[in-house]
Design a binder for this molecule. Structure first.
Ligand SMILES: *[C@@H]1O[C@H](CO)[C@@H](O)[C@H](O)[C@H]1NC(C)=O
Ligand SMILES: *[C@@H]1O[C@H](CO)[C@@H](O)[C@H](O)[C@H]1NC(C)=O
Length: 888
């Protein structure tokens, strides 16, 4: 919801930009403005000014204050001013990780009163956000009470909720050794690692930036909209961010290059606190290289069998910033509007064990397809438009930073890390210089004390003789004590403040130890001040410490191969269908479930209002090789053939494939992707004039809908039949007069696509080729069908293989005068066939219900047919389908 609102606002900002942008102000005008803020004129005078100029100036002032003062995070500590002020105020209130929780209202009051004179709700909102573990990779505020939920529920009012700092915030952002001790540190107006500035009414000091020990900007990300610009930085895995920063620091220390590959290996992609799957890293890589790019995130889902026996899709992790309640609502809406099919019920079963959104499916739904549709049309898959923009200090031409002049910059992954590194380097140097001064001062005193202790008796005697403390001090400073060299004033004061207990030998040893420690510490700090390597070592040490204490495993899984794009294939169930080519060049796809099993001899259901010319059964994801009588082959995915009911005509072929209107289809061959990629299958083509040709299916591999030549034809010839075969299959060709010839497909030499065929059989002058079929070796009978609807099965043994280009044997005698053989098919006992009439009636018949007879027998009635509506062909129903259809 929040993301959506931001996107809308961003769009609005973009739309408004041309109108709002003052005509004379170039995009960088505010930069110049920032550089030339002049004090207002002292005396009242009227300054003539162009309206346009005034508008430009005023608007820029407003834009600048929004951009720098509110909406965008700082590139150094990754915080917007309001976040920084909340955290600092909480530290000032001593809301440490180990202390008691305090009311959020107290914190908000403190922030409003001291640092951030804006609305209390915006401060509380920011505070709540820092406490939400579904927003923050690493929470900065430890909340107690209702801080809202991933459902988009609002938090309780600030008078009810309590908070304190998390360990992470206390050590990575607010460590006292970087920031200084409480008010004392603040009043230094220098801080230790970072600079402090006056607050809005100059009554307090606040840090300009928090001394982040790791790139918090990348760890927790940021979202914000300013005037005319927005930022959207995804959160990352703390361990990975540390690794990337460590790699960079070590390379900087050794003057080496930390190249992009190494950087991406350390930090390959965002990591969302809500987990999910990151689909591909192309968009991520673009975002990292240019500062803007899109990251596709998918919910983590699984397909489960419920106790009710139904299947359900269960989502356990949602994309970042997607509200669960919102998702459920939108999905329910889409289901009700029939935009999403196959979902019966949706429930939110989330509880203590974690998130669990259940989409219960209808019995006939395909889980993968429903899931793909959910990804496509709901926010179960959402893209995160990364836009790495942050505020940074402007540097002059010598690279020196001006802490008072800031500008928004577009960051890359590298520049974000480098920006932080430069900042941290300065922090460590500043801290070293502060600590060095402090240690040197202390060492000076300790040295004095050690000297005084060595001559304790003389010092005591001299002090006793002195008239006043001033006298004693002067004595010590002038070297007036025997055996003790002259001390400085500080040392003298410290000596005089010694208690008697400090004169014990134990205390003396303690002082000596302290002196040694301080000397060592000073050497280290002085090295840190002069030696860059030492600073990088410190940075690395701190990073490793943070990684060890706060790092955890990655929550979002990176899915490399998948682009996450939901294709038509994904959203189409791989159902079994019949593809029908109808007279007049119509093509349609009908679910096989529409053809019920039917007893032998019954009137079949009409499959189409027009004569059926071809019928092929396939799965919807198969590729359909469509071969025209002109010998051109086209490839089309079966699901691209428009679906139509049994009674519908379908679509004109020319709308599916670029086939000339006067051409007809000679063969529809469904092939699976596996077949297409293998080398087992061949395409057999037989022409009307009786030429046959066998070509490997691989020659059709990169078939497109543009068409390729499948055979060279003689003048006046046309392709009549097309089929797939493998070695071991037989080719059966049969004539109208009932002659049948069978031989191994091997007998037809394998040739390339665009060549001529060879002679398939010897034809009598008064006869013509009626059909050509491939018969697999497991088919023990040949089913023969006549136009009048008579059929029989003939044992394959009775039609033994003969040589190619011979005459063959008689396969049927005709009951009726003028009847002709129309089709033959190889069948096994448990096969089912579809018997098709020219009028479009289809009867579904079990093969073993058709009588097995001798070659010369006349057959039995298989399908009622008339002279007007003769039988035209037989099609096999795949064996494994029988059960599916029988259920109905
Ligand atoms: C603050 O920094 C110091 C020095 O790096 C470290 O020893 C200490 O543990 C840090 N404090 C916290 C609360 O992490
Ligand atoms: C710089 O510091 C490192 C330790 O951090 C040390 O090994 C190296 O010798 C120092 N270099 C110089 C020039 O002092």
């Amino acid at each position: 919801m929040r993301l959506l609102a931001m996107l809308l606002a961003a769009r609005a900002a973009r739309a408004l930009r041309p109108a709002l942008r003052p005509p004379r102000a170039p995009p960088q005008a505010w930069r110049r403005f920032a550089a030339t803020q002049e004090p207002p004129p002292k005396e009242t005078e009227i300054i003539p000014i162009e309206l346009e100029d005034e508008m430009a100036d005023s608007f820029m002032k407003y834009a600048l204050s929004t951009i720098l003062g509110r909406a965008l995070p700082d590139a150094r500590d990754g915080l917007k001013p309001v976040h920084r002020r909340i955290l600092f105020a909480m530290r000032e209130l001593k809301l440490e990780p180990s202390s008691q929780y305090r009311k959020c209202a107290r914190v908000v009051g403190e922030v409003l009163g001291k640092f951030h004179p804006h609305g209390d709700s915006s401060v509380y909102e920011a505070l709540v956000r820092m406490a939400q573990d579904f927003v923050m990779s690493e929470r900065l505020v430890d909340g107690h009470g209702n801080f809202g939920s991933v459902d988009g529920d609002p938090p309780a009012a600030m008078r009810y909720t309590e908070s304190r700092l998390t360990k992470f915030a206390a050590s990575a952002l607010l460590n006292s050794s970087d920031l200084g001790q409480g008010r004392a540190g603040a009043s230094l107006n220098g801080g230790i690692g970072v600079r402090f500035s006056e607050n809005f009414d100059a009554s307090e000091y606040e840090p300009d930036v928090l001394p982040a020990r790791l790139p918090v900007l990348l760890v927790n990300g940021a979202q914000g909209i300013a005037v005319g610009m927005a930022t959207n930085i995804p959160p990352h895995n703390l361990g990975e961010v540390c690794d990337a920063a460590l790699g960079l620091a070590k390379a900087a220390k050794n003057n080496e290059v930390f190249d992009d590959d190494a950087l991406l290996r350390a930090l390959p992609a965002p990591d969302f606190p809500t987990g999910g799957l990151i689909m591909g890293t192309t968009g991520v890589a673009r975002a990292y290289a240019t500062g803007s790019g899109s990251v596709l995130v998918r919910a983590r889902t699984s397909i489960e069998k419920l106790r009710s026996g139904r299947t359900a899709i269960v989502a356990t992790e949602l994309p970042y910033l997607v509200s669960k309640a919102d998702l459920l609502e939108k999905t329910a809406e889409a289901v009700n509007n029939k935009k999403l099919q196959g979902i019966r019920d949706l429930r939110d079963e989330s509880g203590r064990a974690g998130m669990r959104v259940v989409f219960e499916l209808k019995r006939d739904a395909h889980p993968e397809t429903v899931l793909a549709n959910l990804f496509k049309s709901t926010r179960l898959q959402a893209s995160f438009p990364a836009n790495l923009v942050a505020v940074d200090c402007i540097r002059d031409e010598n690279g020196v930073e001006d802490p008072d002049r800031k500008a928004p910059v577009r960051l890359t992954l590298r520049s974000a890390l480098e920006r932080w590194m430069r900042f941290r380097f300065d922090c460590v140097r500043r801290r070293a210089s502060y600590e060095e001064a402090r240690a040197a001062a202390r060492l000076h005193i300790v040295e004095g004390l050690v000297l005084a202790q060595a001559a304790a008796d003389e010092v005591v005697a001299a002090v006793r003789k002195s008239a006043s403390p001033e006298d004693a001090r002067n004595l010590l400073m002038n070297g007036g004590v025997p055996g003790l060299k002259a001390l400085s004033e500080t040392q003298a004061r410290a000596v005089l403040a010694l208690t008697l207990s400090r004169l014990t030998s134990l205390a003396a040893n303690e002082l000596k130890d302290e002196e040694a420690d301080l000397t060592q510490e000073l050497a280290r700090l002085r090295n840190e001040l002069e030696n860059d390597s030492a600073v990088y070592d410190r940075i690395c040490g701190e990073l490793e410490d943070c990684k060890k204490r706060f790092g955890g495993p990655r929550r979002s899984e990176i899915v490399e191969e998948d682009s996450g794009e939901v294709t038509e294939e994904d959203t189409t169930p791989n159902e079994r269908s019949a593809i029908l080519a109808l007279a007049g060049n119509y093509l349609k796809r009908t679910s096989l479930k529409e053809f019920a099993a039917q007893a032998r001899g019954g009137v079949g259901r009409r499959a189409a209002p027009l004569a059926v010319e071809h019928l092929a059964t396939c799965r919807d994801h198969d590729t359909l090789l469509c071969i025209t009588d002109a010998g051109v082959a086209y490839g089309v995915r079966a699901f691209k053939v428009p679906q139509a009911s049994r009674a519908a005509r379908g679509s004109p072929l020319s709308r599916v494939l670029p086939v000339d209107a006067d051409r007809s289809i000679a063969g529809l061959l469904p092939v699976s992707q596996q077949q297409l990629e293998g080398d087992q299958d061949y395409v057999v083509l037989v022409t009307k004039q009786g030429l046959v040709k066998r070509t490997p299916l691989s020659a059709y591999r990169d078939m497109t809908s543009r068409g390729k030549i499948a055979i060279r034809l003689n003048e006046g010839d046309a392709v009549g039949w097309a089929a797939l075969c493998t070695l071991g299959d037989s080719l059966v060709v049969a004539t109208a007069k009932g002659m049948l010839l069978k031989y191994d497909v091997d007998a037809v030499r394998e040739t390339a696509r665009a060549t001529m065929g060879v002679k398939a059989l010897k034809l009598r002058d008064d006869d013509e080729l009626a059909t050509a079929r491939v018969v697999a070796p497991d088919k023990d009978h040949v089913l023969v069908l006549t136009a009048a609807g008579y059929g029989k099965r003939v044992d394959v043994e009775a039609v033994r293989a003969r040589s190619r280009a011979t005459m063959g044997v008689q396969a049927i005698k005709f009951k009726k005068e003028g009847d002709v053989l129309v089709d033959v098919r190889g069948v096994a006992d448990d096969d089912e066939v579809l018997v098709v009439t020219s009028g479009g009636t289809i009867a579904r018949v079990a093969a073993n219900t058709i009588a097995a007879q001798s070659r010369t027998a006349k057959g039995v009635s298989v399908q009622k047919s008339t002279a007007k509506d003769p039988c035209v062909g037989i099609s096999l129903v795949p064996g494994d389908l029988a059960g599916v259809v029988a259920d109905e």
